[in-house]
Design a protein around this ligand. Structure first.
Ligand code: NAD
Ligand code: G3P
Length: 330
């Protein structure tokens, strides 16, 4: 049994907390909204994020950061990716010296270009840091449906031991030592899901969606490898696995966001879609590495309003014809 603190009382933080309580861990959630914490403690629900799903009675939530973090052996960062740095800075005074920190948000910091583990390390440099990512909808996990994700730490043995500790019930963790690869896959698949959603919303057909997923995956691998990922990791749960899930289910907020954009609907009231916040920094990083990423670039232009979905379709379809795997011909 471990003492676990979850930072973020939204859909994913609450679902992970529910799974870990079910495994016998002592879990405390920190949420910035006192009313949400009160609802989790008293009514055992988090309706704004998880509807009527029933949460464990011994799951505790608090808006008091010191209370949530003090004494925790494992701390998971589950607030939106762009807020991870601020959350990390705010826990420093309360954190046990040997606490292990796990990044669970999927996104690249759009100010610095850092991955989530780097954002955390910049604030809390003396801690072991890992990453948890893979195909997993909070709505599935909170209902106890089978889910497999990847847990990466810089040392394989440490990853293995933590994956063992946090696996159980319907959640199965696979261990990896490719901490960069796991988070790059998780960040870029959100952008691809928006692109495929735009295609769905624009009524471009199932063949076009399959083509975009495949060519989007080729980009994800090209850019991911240039950024330090291992290609095999990008073929795993946190890469291809999560790309498939997020590009195919309307439960995905990124996919749903893309669909709304493709239909020309108002997106201002939609839920968190991390790809919206990662797309422009991901395109900047691709430019810096000299990596061609037409799907991601076109998605960025549609999201910024520089191009319509229809113009994006024309732009992608009129690119020069080329080899499908140019790198294999050399
Ligand atoms: N929902 C899922 O199925 C799922 C699955 C895997 C990974 N994730 C990832 O987990 C991260 C969180 O997603 P989520 O689904 O829980 O989002 P959410 O929108 O459901 O919840 C986000 C939570 O963070 C809080 N929050 C927002 N801004 C904050 C800030 N500046 N400081 C502190 N707290 C803040 C919100 O109040 C809310 O409690 C995302 O990066 C997402 O990609 C989500
Ligand atoms: O709802 P999304 O698009 O943020 O996707 C949730 C998870 O990342 C799926 O693995």
């Amino acid at each position: 049994m471990s003492r676990i603190c979850i930072l973020g009382a939204g859909a994913w933080g609450t679902a992970l907390a529910t799974a870990f309580v079910g495994q016998g861990h002592a879990v405390r959630i920190w949420g910035r909204n006192a009313e949400t914490c009160d609802e989790i403690n008293r009514q055992h629900t988090n309706r704004a994020y998880l509807g009527e799903a029933k949460l464990p009675e011994d799951l505790q939530a608090t808006p008091d950061m010191a209370q949530a973090v003090t004494g925790a052996e494992i701390v998971l960062f589950v607030a939106p990716a762009q807020s991870t740095g601020a959350v990390a800075a705010s826990i420093a005074a309360h954190l046990a010296a040997d606490a292990v920190l796990i990044a669970c948000a999927k996104g690249i910091d759009n100010r610095t270009g850092q991955m989530q583990s780097e954002v955390i390390a910049a604030q809390l440099p003396d801690h072991a840091i890992g990453v948890l990512s893979g195909p997993s909808f909070a709505a599935d996990v909170v209902r106890g449906l089978p889910t497999a994700v990847t847990l990466a730490m810089p040392e394989q043995e440490a990853a293995q031991s933590l994956a063992q500790n946090l696996s159980g019930g319907a959640v199965r963790l696979y261990a990896s030592d490719d901490i960069a690869g796991v988070q790059i896959g998780g960040s870029l698949k959100n952008v691809m899901a928006i692109a495929v959603g735009i295609c769905r919303g624009g009524g471009m057909g199932a063949s076009a969606e399959a083509a975009l997923i495949t060519r989007g995956y080729a980009e994800l691998v090209r850019l991911g490898v240039a950024m330090g990922a291992r290609a095999e990791t990008l073929l795993g749960l946190s890469g291809l696995g999560d790309l498939v899930l997020t590009c195919s289910s309307e439960l995905s907020r990124n996919f749903a966001y893309g669909i709304a954009v493709g239909r020309g609907e108002d997106v201002s009231g939609l839920k968190l879609a991390e790809g919206v916040h990662t797309v422009s920094i991901a395109n900047d990083i691709a430019d810096r590495h000299g990596i061609s990423c037409p799907v991601m670039q076109t998605a960025g232009m549609v999201l910024s309003g520089a191009m319509s979905a229809e113009e994006a379709r024309i732009a992608l379809m009129s690119r020069p014809v080329k080899a499908e795997h140019p790198e294999r011909r050399e």
